[in-house]
Design a protein around this ligand. Structure first.
Ligand SMILES: [Zn+2]
Length: 436
């Protein structure tokens, strides 16, 4: 009996037998003129696509969608070594460049969230060229709702989703590689309460507002923050004077994906009237929190993922994002590729779709900016090094690496995510409880 209790099988029961990871290279489709047919974010209330399809950044014939897909497939090749039937000894050799410790064999199932990008010259001849790339669910030719990428990610019930992006340019205070981070629920709720009192209340934000994402440098940070808060709750944005902007409707994102947190069937019929004192009110003054998504948002598991206040901001999403960024910088540095301003830079904070609408830990990275020469060269010529940093980072987040070798300036912590705290009842975890 005593021997049995210490067999590896017995010990392994306390850990995930197989981790599930999604590599999510951004974009892939095309932004065509006809939004009615080719857009994304299909809204059942209006029966329309609310956004044009985001085809991603480009500069002088260099396309974000191609670079992030190429890096994503290289990461997949490395992750396959960690699959149950994979060549883990080969992966061990890579890990030995980062740590002297004996690394643990873990099993990782990895999926990529999209196929190769649709060629621009063929897209205009296709009926629905964006079908495989849409983030949100969408109607097919028969009006049947099909699963978008976020729904397919959730179907896989991943523990970790790694989204890879880059941009054309960034504000000058954004250096190096930047994380894309969603705020804690309480930060959004705080904004709603502040708005309901006129929007003049003091915000003790510990610096988060200076990282809030703005569509233009002219938008004040407070307005960008309040706009996201209003939209997150009501679906409507704000005018400059903080009154509701009824011309800027953004829909109910949590009802645009197929998961257990959407409102009951036919919710869109009730939503059409935007009645005051309901969850579909279009005015933040009369908005009321209701429904399974709001309960999820207030849960302790979301606080683990995102933090629970201005002060305790970021949670495991932030940790995962910046660990991977540090591993990428470290991997490049191993090959002598570095620069003094190539640092883990400050995040872009907003209510981003993928991190908001998955239960997985979300690492979401802007790998660089096409209008910066160093970034451009690295993104085009050092994809193997970037991919290695991502893959080693993923392993480190799941298994832990311990002390990282060398005296690199932005050394990763090498700590694993504490997945135990996401355990719920009957051996199921928060990551399992996302689709039926
Ligand atoms: Zn992008």
């Amino acid at each position: 009996m005593a021997i049995l209790a210490f067999t590896p099988e017995k010990i392994e029961q306390y850990e995930f037998p197989v981790y599930r990871v999604v590599i999510d290279p951004g974009h892939g489709g095309v932004s065509l003129q006809n939004k009615e047919k080719h857009g994304d974010k299909f809204d059942l209330v209006t029966g329309k696509y609310l956004d044009e399809f985001a085809e991603g950044a480009s500069l002088r014939g260099i396309y974000e969608r191609d670079i992030v897909f190429s890096i994503g497939t290289k990461v997949m090749r490395l992750m396959d070594m960690c699959a149950p039937e994979g060549d883990f000894e080969a992966f061990r050799k890579i890990l030995s460049r980062y740590t002297d410790r004996t690394v643990r064999r873990i099993y990782i199932d990895t999926m990529i969230s999209r196929e190769d990008s649709v060629p621009f010259d063929q897209a205009s001849k296709m009926k629905d060229p964006n079908a495989p790339y849409r983030l949100y669910d969408y109607p097919d030719a028969e009006g049947e709702i099909q699963k978008g990428r976020i729904s397919k990610i959730n179907e896989f019930r991943p523990h970790l989703v790694v989204s890879l992006h880059l941009a054309k340019s960034a504000p000058s205070d954004y250096k190096g590689l930047n994380g894309i981070i969603i705020p804690p629920y309480n930060v959004l709720k705080n904004g709603l309460i502040n708005l309901q009192k006129g929007g003049k209340g003091k915000i003790n934000d510990y610096g988060i507002l200076k990282s809030w994402f703005k569509h233009s440098v002219k938008v004040p940070y407070r307005l960008a923050y309040f706009r996201d808060c209003a939209q997150y709750f009501t679906g409507y944005s704000l005018k400059k004077n903080y009154s509701t902007d009824y011309s800027d409707y953004n829909g109910y994102k949590y009802n645009m994906v197929n998961w257990i947190y959407m409102d009951p069937h036919d919710w869109h019929i009730a939503a059409r009237d935007h009645k005051p004192d309901t969850q579909y009110s279009d005015d933040y003054m009369t908005y009321r929190e209701e429904g399974p998504f709001r309960d999820r948002e207030k849960s302790v598991y979301e606080a683990y993922r995102r933090g629970d206040s201005f002060k305790n901001f970021g949670g495991d999403n932030y940790f995962a994002t910046y660990e991977i960024i540090k591993y990428i910088l470290h991997s490049l540095d191993h090959r002598g590729v570095n620069g003094k301003d190539k640092i883990p830079g400050k995040p872009f904070v907003s209510t981003w779709s993928v991190p908001l609408l998955v239960n997985a830990i979300s690492a979401y990275i802007e790998l660089g900016y096409l209008d910066r020469k160093w970034d451009r060269d690295v993104l085009l010529q050092r994809q193997d090094e970037i991919a290695e940093g991502v893959a080693v980072g993923i392993y480190s987040l799941l298994a832990g690496m311990g002390d990282i070798k060398g005296d690199f300036r932005h050394k990763p912590s090498g700590s694993k995510i504490d997945f135990d705290k996401y355990k719920m009842q009957d051996d199921r975890t928060y990551f399992d409880i996302v689709v039926d």
